[in-house]
Design a protein. Structure first.
Length: 202
């Protein structure tokens, strides 16, 4: 009995370490790719971000239990983000200095940033799952804050700052709960790690 208990304890600790490592890698890789995207766009190197995102996606999918589910989540996030950011561009509230397909569409590096964000939904952003109100609140404040940071780094310009910030706050407050719902239905991360936060301790 003691051996079985000790073995179970070791396995649990090992899984916890794996989960913590996954969380840390996910957070760090996201930050590196995010800054690469924004600073690359600011320096007229819009391709830099998508290259960094491609590396991040490769690492993410290698860690996934069901890569296809994660790919579906990434593509869903990209479609939602492309539509939302293209709306902001077409309205004239947000402009970009590089990487534009057209004056009415979001630049490709912003779309790949939405794909990057999708890699966090089942890992470092997992704590928002099952909490739609908190997710909406997070989006309401986090969305505008992120774009202001992008403007400060020179990657984007809020042409009409008031309108842009209002649209970003409302848009992200609506989008964030949707993304978390999608993440619950397209969770392809390793089985044991899927439960490391959701399962109550016994």
């Amino acid at each position: 009995m003691t051996r079985a208990t000790n073995g179970s304890s070791v396995t649990t600790c090992s899984r916890r370490r794996d989960a913590d490592l996954l969380l840390l890698v996910n957070f760090v890789v996201f930050q590196v790719a995010w800054f690469s995207s924004v600073l690359g766009a600011a320096e007229q190197l819009p391709w830099l971000g998508p290259v960094a995102v491609l590396i991040a996606l490769t690492l993410h999918l290698r860690a996934a239990r069901k890569p296809f589910e994660e790919i579906l989540l990434v593509l869903s996030c990209a479609l939602i983000g492309a539509g939302f950011d293209s709306f902001l561009v077409a309205a004239g509230w947000v402009t970009y200095e590089s990487g534009l397909f057209s004056n009415y569409l979001a630049p490709y590096w912003i779309i790949t940033m939405w794909m990057l964000f999708a890699t966090t939904l089942n890992v470092s952003m997992r704590w928002l799952r099952g909490r739609p109100k908190l997710a909406a609140l997070f989006g309401f404040y986090g969305g505008p804050t992120t774009y202001l940071a992008g403007q400060a780094l020179g990657g984007i310009v809020l042409s009409n700052q008031v309108a842009a910030l209002v649209a970003l706050a409302i848009g992200w407050a609506v989008i964030m709960p949707i993304l978390m719902w999608l993440s619950e239905n397209m969770d392809g991360m390793p089985g044991e790690r899927r439960k490391w936060i959701a399962e109550p301790r016994q």
